[in-house]
Ligand binder design. Structure first.
Ligand code: NAD
Length: 296
């Protein structure tokens, strides 16, 4: 069934996601503040509106893919009153759990339905239509959103109540950030002890140190030829985005009084790496920061 979708935020992720909806036969009315994003959207078959408000007036579903919670809440204040009653709002941006819950409450108060549906898989997954969606919202709203999410992704998981999609995303990325730092520290220690990277990889990847940060995104060149370390640390998953996600995790840890030394420390280390100019590199490049800061 063809759906009419308003798509706001046609950047690195939103652009290809909207293009996949068009390819699947849906009508997409889009808006972005950046003229270059609008130009590309026209090429992808998106009907470009003059404003965000115009993009949502006549649609059944609104998808937002914006930089932060501030952007989502700001835009919701403009567009919720303009949309038809009962419109389904899907926010796929990565934002604070508290902001996601506030956005949901505002949408419902305005007479609409809403889910948070952040993603993992990056620009490659957005382009290929293979994103993973983590969804928070009622069972009915999840079922309504799923057919569209299935077009843009290959894995769609209902994580529970509103905000739980964001909760799942930051918990997963906190595991990833901490494990990448742990793997990187182990490689630097191994180097100091005269252990080759390959030998450590061969042992740890077949032992209890095994994890995605080691076996798929290995931070040293060599053992996993497809990992960004072999390509001058071109992302992959940029350190700036890991910094952002760990910042959201750190907020949630503090707000909820969780004793989490490693999660908070990982947020500090990625923030420092980003501030020192590493944000554009793959997040596995944190190993070079660890190596440089280690004494002779
Ligand atoms: P981006 O900066 O490329 O795109 C965001 C777009 O939103 C921009 O084009 C911007 O002009 C537009 N925008 C901002 N305010 C707007 C407004 N009021 N109205 C209309 N458009 C507006 O960012 P991105 O890489 O596409 O990321 C989007 C979201 O997805 C972020 O929350 C990010 O954390 C998350 N995310 C990104 C990746 C990734 O690999 N890039 C992976 C997973 C999740």
């Amino acid at each position: 069934m063809s759906t009419t979708v308003g798509f706001l935020g046609l950047g690195h992720m939103g652009g290809p996601m909207a293009a996949n909806l068009v390819k699947a036969g849906h009508t997409v009315v889009g808006f972005d503040l950046a003229p270059a994003a609008l130009e590309q959207a026209v090429k992808d078959g998106v009907t470009v509106a003059d404003s965000a408000v115009e993009a949502v007036r006549e649609v059944d579903v609104v998808i937002t893919m914006l930089p932060s919670g501030k952007h989502v809440l700001g835009l919701y204040a403009e567009i919720l009153p303009a949309a038809k009653p009962g419109t389904l709002f899907i926010d796929s941006s990565t934002i604070d759990v508290a902001d996601a819950r506030a956005a949901h409450d505002e949408a419902v108060e305005a007479g609409h339905r809403s889910v948070d549906a952040p993603v993992s898989g990056g620009v490659v997954g957005a382009t290929a239509g293979t994103l993973a969606f983590m969804v928070g919202g009622t069972a009915d709203d999840f079922e309504s959103a799923k057919p569209l999410l299935d077009v843009m992704g290959k894995k769609v998981v209902h994580c529970g109540d509103p905000g739980n999609g964001q909760a799942a995303k930051i918990c997963n990325n906190m595991i990833l950030g901490v494990s990448m730092i742990a793997i990187s520290e182990a490689f630097v220690l191994g180097e100091k002890l005269g252990l080759s990277n390959q030998a450590l990889f061969d042992v740890a990847s077949n032992a209890s140190g095994q994890c995605w940060a080691l076996t798929t995104n290995c931070p040293v060149p060599g053992p996993v030829p497809t990992s960004p370390a072999n390509n001058d640390y071109q992302p992959g998953f940029a350190a700036a985005l890991m910094d952002k996600d760990l910042g959201l995790a750190a907020n949630a840890l503090k707000t909820n009084g969780v004793e989490a030394d490693l999660g908070l420390r990982a947020a500090e280390l990625y923030s420092r790496f980003h501030a020192a100019g590493g944000g554009g590199q793959d997040f596995s490049a944190i190993i070079n920061d660890i190596r440089e800061r280690s004494t002779e």
